[in-house]
Design a binder for this molecule. Structure first.
Ligand code: NAD
Length: 357
């Protein structure tokens, strides 16, 4: 079904409230999930709302927790998220790092014990809105690990995303938001393919014996589990490990190891560097050079019928299209949402009416 973003957002905010979230936080979470859908990242959109609601019910997600500063040392801030909403605590923590960067030129943030941060680009968006560059290394401990290291067949990592955000360098221009998982494919996409009886692209999965496969049943078929592969072979594998070290070990949140509890819901750790570009000398010269480079990249003649894009552009194109035409929500996703809503006490008819189903 095709749904309008604003109606769907109202429905998700209601679901979060009924599950026990204060109104302001419920609105932030709903807006964040909808933004992921609008930008084309359905794996990080409303399909997560049911899981969030059930995690609140199970006591794993503390819907009204706020960022707790456990250490402040110069430009360094260490924040414990108290298993609150990543969307809420993550924004609060980012604001502390941005404030540190304003003061010192750089802000270093270690955020731990936070429930799912969602689309990491959201934290890049927050930095660029303040005129800052940001770099984010994130680990995810959500059940057993799902990504094998290069040449491995057994999983050792989460899908561990990285984001680098650069504020617009021309008036009215767009920021660069580079934001992706270090796995070849999002785990949510493997699940969707399995439910639809489809294969996944080559190079994304191995079976339990380490043999390449395109069959998502190797992850969700109930037999011995295979693994997702990192993107870019040894390069993505190296970055996935760095996400564990910075996002999991340095933050104190824990890495994907047998000793780390992995039944606490969707747990992220995030190490962030926020940089004030104005502190490096000639801001105008930097902006002019950066803008010229982006423009130069885009003058490369397309090798096919698709244009050359830079980081963040695809998302903006998708957003314009989805704002105009609506967001496609598969029936199975809606069913999951409605079932979770009913479990936390929101009538499925009310949810449907709010969403415009
Ligand atoms: P992806 O593979 O779609 O890559 C997205 C990045 O590639 C963006 O920066 C985008 O602008 C850029 N891009 C896309 N098409 C392009 C093109 N034609 N030319 C140039 N650049 C292009 O992203 P993904 O790995 O599927 O990740 C999706 C989302 O999932 C991200 O927002 C990520 O943060 C999130 N994520 C979160 C977690 C978590 O634990 N919180 C875990 C994994 C992923």
């Amino acid at each position: 079904m095709l749904l309008r973003a604003e109606k769907l957002q109202t429905a998700i905010a209601r679901l979060m409230r009924v599950a026990g979230t204060e109104p302001a936080a419920a609105d932030v979470v709903a807006a964040d999930l909808l933004e992921a859908n609008l930008q084309g990242h359905d794996s990080h959109g409303v399909q997560l709302a049911g899981r969030y609601a059930l995690n609140i019910l199970a006591g794993k997600l503390k819907p009204n927790a706020t960022a707790q500063v456990v250490r402040q040392d110069g430009a360094i801030t260490v924040v414990d998220g108290g298993m609150g909403f990543g969307q809420v605590v993550g924004r609060q923590a980012m604001d502390l790092a941005i404030a540190a960067a304003r003061q010192s030129g750089v802000g270093l943030l270690a955020l731990r014990n936070v429930h799912h941060l969602g689309r990491i680009g959201a934290y890049g968006d927050r930095a660029v809105a303040a005129g800052m560059l940001s770099i984010h290394f994130v680990n995810a401990v959500t059940g057993p690990a799902v990504v094998a290291p290069f040449r491995g067949s057994q999983s050792r990592f989460g899908t561990n995303p990285i984001c680098i955000a650069v504020p617009a360098t021309t008036p009215g221009g767009a920021p660069l938001i580079l934001d992706f998982a270090t796995s070849a494919l999002a785990i949510g996409k493997v699940r969707v393919a399995h439910a639809a009886g489809k294969q996944v692209p080559e190079g994304a999965l191995v079976d339990h014996a380490g043999k390449p496969t395109t069959d998502p049943a190797s992850m969700y078929g109930g037999g011995p589990r295979g693994a997702l592969l990192p993107f870019g072979g040894h390069k993505g594998s190296g970055l996935a490990l760095i996400c564990e070290i910075l996002g999991g070990a340095l933050t104190g949140g824990g890495t994907n190891q047998p000793g780390t509890p992995n039944d606490r819901g969707i747990v992220n750790g995030m190490f962030t560097i926020v940089v004030d570009p104005a502190r490096f000398g000639d801001l105008d010269a930097y902006r002019a050079e950066a803008a010229a480079m982006v423009a130069h990249v885009k003058t490369s003649a397309p090798g096919g019928d698709q244009p050359v894009l830079v980081a963040g552009e695809q998302e903006q194109l998708t957003k314009a299209e989805r704002l105009a035409h609506g967001i496609y929500v598969p029936d199975a996703t809606w069913e999951e949402l409605a079932a979770a809503a009913a479990e936390v006490g929101l009538d499925r008819a009310e949810l449907a009416a709010l969403a415009g189903v």
